[in-house]
Design a protein around this ligand. Structure first.
Ligand code: PGA
Length: 234
């Protein structure tokens, strides 16, 4: 079970240091935990969480090791910082920053080759689900990925991200089973995961963890979600 916190563009270095100092004191129930701060906060997160079981990942990574790519960060640079992995292809990158299936594939391959772990995000828009196109969209988004021991997929229906609308456990299970029929990797669920709904989502047989946005920004709610992944604690 893997619980990942996607901090998005929240928590600068000072807030990150305070958050991590608090998080490292918590009993997270023994699940695999990763936090994904903004680039400028990766170094303090790595420092504060050194010697714990909590890993640190970036929110994006470029496909070239270096070059004239203003504003981008490469996998070797992240490795040098002690970062464990990166999110790739989050729907906010696809929606606002021109991320395509092709660039998601390139970023993912380069990161895996460099020895990073990757959380590759997929998920349909609300109108795509209403049109009955969910499986076609997932098939297209997954076509650029190949199974790898350090790859996990996050299924994040776009209509459930930051909206408070969560996929029902049954909807999540159905989509996860479909994804696993195409690519044999663990699949995290993301989209308005909260302490109140985490246990029933994580209880689904093909839900292998969660990618948590808003609720990962509060130490108490993030801790509660991690512990919800352990049936004996929830
Ligand atoms: P949310 O975000 O939990 O705030 O819906 C999830 C994500 O964007 O990864």
């Amino acid at each position: 079970m893997l619980i990942a916190g996607n901090w998005k563009m929240y928590n600068g270095p000072a807030e990150t240091a305070a958050f991590c100092a608090e998080l490292r004191e918590r009993d997270l129930g023994g699940v695999d935990v990763v936090v994904c701060p903004p680039f400028v906060s990766l170094a303090p997160a790595v420092q504060l969480l050194a010697g714990t079981e909590i890993a640190v990942a970036a929110q994006n990574v470029h496909w070239e090791p270096e070059g004239a790519y203003t504003g981008e960060i490469s996998a070797p640079m992240l490795k040098e910082l002690g970062v464990y992995g990166a999110i790739v292809g989050h729907s906010e990158r696809r929606q606002w920053f021109g991320e395509t299936d092709e660039t998601v594939g390139r970023r993912t391959s380069a990161a895996l080759e460099a020895g990073l772990s990757v959380i590759a995000c997929v998920g349909e828009l609300e109108e795509e689900r209403e049109r009955g196109d969910t499986e076609d969209v997932l098939r297209r988004q997954l076509s650029v990925l190949e199974p790898h021991e350090n790859l996990v997929v996050a299924y994040e229906p776009v209509w459930a991200i930051g909206t408070g609308k969560t996929a029902t456990p049954g909807m999540a299970q159905e989509a996860h089973a479909f994804i696993k029929s195409l690519i044999a990797v663990p699949v995290l669920y993301g989209g308005s995961v909260k302490p109140e709904n985490a246990a029933e989502l994580l209880d689904q047989p093909d839900v292998d963890g969660a990618l948590v946005g808003g609720a990962s920004l509060d130490v108490d709610s993030f801790t509660a979600i991690c512990r919800a992944a352990v049936p004996s604690l929830s």
